[in-house]
Design a protein around this ligand. Structure first.
Ligand code: ATP
Length: 224
């Protein structure tokens, strides 16, 4: 049996602006990423990495070409279908976006709100906080955690719903080298244990070795 790619992109183009001001940002992107792969996407500022990540994350609509995530075509998909796809993806961003008024475990349960039928959310959140080494901080508020600890809460939140795909945009940018390394190692271990695919944008040369593949982007084009 052949394995379906988690991400399958064919002839994807994307522009910002209209008429004379139209600016192509992604040009004829073709890419396949398979379950369990850790892919790092690098490239100079403005080359289109975040735009590609937000398209893959169903955070903006696809203009032309084919973009299949978890075997669902996003080009021409309804907003309901985009929301459904988004709910199957774990997002980790540079600024962790934790809610200050919620404790670590409450922040981690946020993605589970989309699954109202799910019971024992607290136990699940605490289990995953244990996995990222924060078992003794589950009741802390974000303001009382270090940068690395906050980022680990964000990782726990991205993983709690057991997504098949994790998208991370500069997850270590705000961290010192020790915490940065720790954070990617946790991501790597969890990817291995759970078999999910990770696509990570980073300028951080210190973490390139975690990748199975490094993809470089320049002027909107992919160079493997
Ligand atoms: N909403 C938008 N409207 C217009 N232009 C945009 C928009 N978002 C991004 N761009 C432009 O698209 C190009 C690619 O931006 P993008 O953020 O994808 O690059 P990047 O490779 O992620 O850069 P960085 O490494 O600095 O985050 C840039 O020239 C940017 O100015």
């Amino acid at each position: 049996m052949s394995v379906l790619p988690t991400i399958q992109i064919q002839n994807l183009n994307h522009s910002f602006g209209k008429g004379n001001l139209e600016k192509p940002v992604l040009v004829d992107i073709n890419l396949e990423i398979y379950p369990g792969e850790i892919i790092i996407l690098t490239g100079p500022s403005g080359s289109g990495k975040t735009t590609l990540l937000t398209l893959i994350g169903a955070l903006r609509s696809t203009q032309s070409g084919s973009l299949k995530i978890l075997d669902r075509e996003l080009h021409g998909a309804s907003s309901k279908q985009l929301v459904k796809t988004r709910s199957q993806i774990g997002f980790i961003f540079q600024s962790h976006n934790l809610l200050k008024s919620l404790t670590a475990w409450e922040n981690v349960t946020m993605p589970l709100k989309l699954q109202p039928q799910m019971k024992n959310r607290k136990a699940l959140a605490i289990e995953i906080l244990n996995l990222v080494g924060l078992g003794d901080r589950t009741h802390y508020y974000p303001d009382n955690l270090s940068g690395g600890q906050k980022q680990r809460v964000a990782i726990a939140r991205a993983l709690v719903a057991n997504p098949q795909l994790i998208l991370a945009d500069e997850p270590t940018a705000a961290l010192d080298s020790h915490s940065g390394r720790e954070v990617v190692q946790i991501m790597q271990n969890l990817a291995k244990e759970r078999g999910c695919t990770i696509l990570m944008v980073t300028h951080d040369n210190r973490i390139l070795d975690v990748a199975n593949r490094i993809i470089h982007m320049e002027d909107g084009c992919l160079i493997s």
